[in-house]
Write a protein that binds this ligand. Structure first.
Ligand SMILES: Cc1cc2nc3c(=O)[nH]c(=O)nc-3n(C[C@H](O)[C@H](O)[C@H](O)COP(=O)(O)OP(=O)(O)OC[C@H]3O[C@@H](n4cnc5c(N)ncnc54)[C@H](O)[C@@H]3O)c2cc1C
Length: 422
């Protein structure tokens, strides 16, 4: 009979490594992490440790041990509009090939077994255990299985009966580039070309840039079309996207009502859903891992493996409140048909919204605790939307400047730079 593990974690990305770290904090020692690839393995990603990543690392006793670029500002652009906002604190930009390997190294140093080259193919849940069948036929059993296996999660597919939904699409490319400064560029200009999302240019160690885009699934767009949008957008920065080598894949946004657990099964990280507004999920994965690790440790000590309260626990945690708010904001901005311009003008021209966005990106504040500020911005917008719409059209009519490439950045603009702020 195959040995029965307490917990098997499927996937050793940030979600899996963090879940293993959390279980270790609880004193759960019989944990096996299964990972398809050997480390260092790469993962298409912008590498921005946004949101509450610092807090998550600290809570898990993990450390940032790899090179990073601290980015102290976000440059937000739309057509000829550009504004640089100081972050509440710097966002560290890492390379995933290094970061993920460092997390695995840290949990291995605690004695956790991370078995690589172990791809889970199918799972069967019965009353006493979950049986995992790996590629190659090996079978493993555990009291609890935690799916930290990313966007293409087999555990998620099992939970949702592989329900079809349109995914977010993200593409990225890391390439040599001399950037003017270390600001993280978020460029919404391609929304004029039908993108529902943004293009990014992030600084990377070693004279490189990480460039990419996110498309929200309010309309179906194919890879070639999105790559063309990315290529055209980057041209404005003097960055030529090579013909080959851009990487990306579909990811699914977090939905508070989605099925994230079943008896003996939990999902975490991309397997449970990414941030719908930004497409980001490293910090999300590490924050959710704490909730998942707590739930699994409790189940092992009480013998209650139903996990009926897990969805609510994820939703009520700070990360769940942030994800739910971002989901709502994403629907306003990306799903409102022609109305997107009204919301975009709120984002760009309100005196406070970009500050809130920068605080969200840097994790210096919990945006879900700032709902009053958000409502005030919405109320201000009611009276100001006519003038702001005109300013937006003016920004659209002019070609975008190209300040993120090798030339020095233009000076930070105030909300009034493209007109008055209200
Ligand atoms: C182009 C792009 C850019 C992004 N930029 C950012 C950003 O700048 N900042 C940010 O915070 N987030 C970003 N994200 C999102 C971020 O990459 C994910 O949210 C994050 O990787 C989630 O971590 P995870 O551990 O849940 O999943 P993953 O990192 O995908 O890890 C899952 C692991 O599971 C393994 N696995 C999968 N299936 C199996 C299986 N059947 N058996 C065994 N192992 C398996 C995989 O090999 C992988 O190692 C970006 C995503 C994309 C696609």
């Amino acid at each position: 009979m195959t040995r029965l593990h307490d917990v098997i974690v499927v996937g050793a990305g940030p979600a899996g490594a963090s879940t293993a770290a959390r279980l270790h904090q609880h004193g759960v020692r019989d944990v096996l992490v299964l990972e398809r690839y050997d480390f260092p393995r790469d993962k298409p990603c912008g590498g921005g440790l946004t949101g509450h990543c610092d807090e998550a690392l600290a809570a898990l006793d993990l450390r940032l041990t790899v090179p990073f670029v601290p980015s102290a500002a976000a440059r937000v652009r739309f057509g000829s509009f550009e504004r640089t906002v100081t972050m509440g604190r710097p966002v560290n930009v890492i390379r995933r090939i290094e970061f993920d390997a460092s997390l695995v190294e840290q949990v291995r140093a605690r004695g956790v077994e991370v078995r690589v080259g172990a791809a889970v193919d199918t799972l069967v849940v019965d009353r006493d255990a979950v049986t995992l069948r790996l590629d190659g036929g090996l079978e493993l059993r555990a009291r609890v299985v935690i799916g930290a296996d990313g966007a293409a999660s087999v555990v998620r597919k099992h939970l949702t009966a592989n329900a079809k939904a349109l995914p977010h699409r993200l593409f990225m490319h890391e390439l040599p580039a001399t950037l003017a400064d270390t600001a993280m560029v978020y460029d919404f200009t391609p929304m004029q070309a039908g993108l529902r999302g943004y293009l990014w240019v992030f600084p990377v160690t070693g004279g490189r840039a990480n460039v990419g885009l996110m498309h929200y699934p309010s309309s179906r767009k194919g890879g070639p079309e999105l790559l063309r949008v990315l290529r055209d957008g980057l041209a404005g920065y003097g960055i030529a996207l090579p013909a080959k080598g851009s990487r990306g894949w579909p990811v699914w946004g977090y939905a508070p009502g989605a099925r994230v657990s079943a008896p003996r099964l939990l999902t975490v990280g991309d397997a449970a859903g990414i941030d719908g507004l930004t497409g980001e999920g490293i910090a999300v994965a590490m924050e959710q891992a704490q909730v998942a690790g707590d739930a699994a440790a409790r189940a092992l000590s009480t013998g209650g493996f139903e996990f009926g309260g897990y969805r609510r626990a994820l939703r009520r945690a700070t990360v769940g409140r942030e994800l739910a708010l971002d989901r709502w904001l994403a629907r306003l901005l990306y799903q409102s048909g022609p109305g997107w311009q009204r919301w975009m003008s709120l984002v760009l021209f309100d005196p406070d919204v970009l500050e809130m966005y920068a605080a969200r990106v840097s994790g210096s504040e919990v945006l879900a605790d700032q709902k009053l500020r958000l409502w005030r911005a919405l109320v201000r917008h009611v009276g100001a939307s006519g003038g702001r719409s005109r300013k937006l059209r003016a920004a659209m009519d002019q070609p975008a400047a190209s300040s993120a490439s090798s030339s020095p950045a233009s000076s930070p603009a105030s909300p009034d730079a493209a007109g008055s702020s209200s």
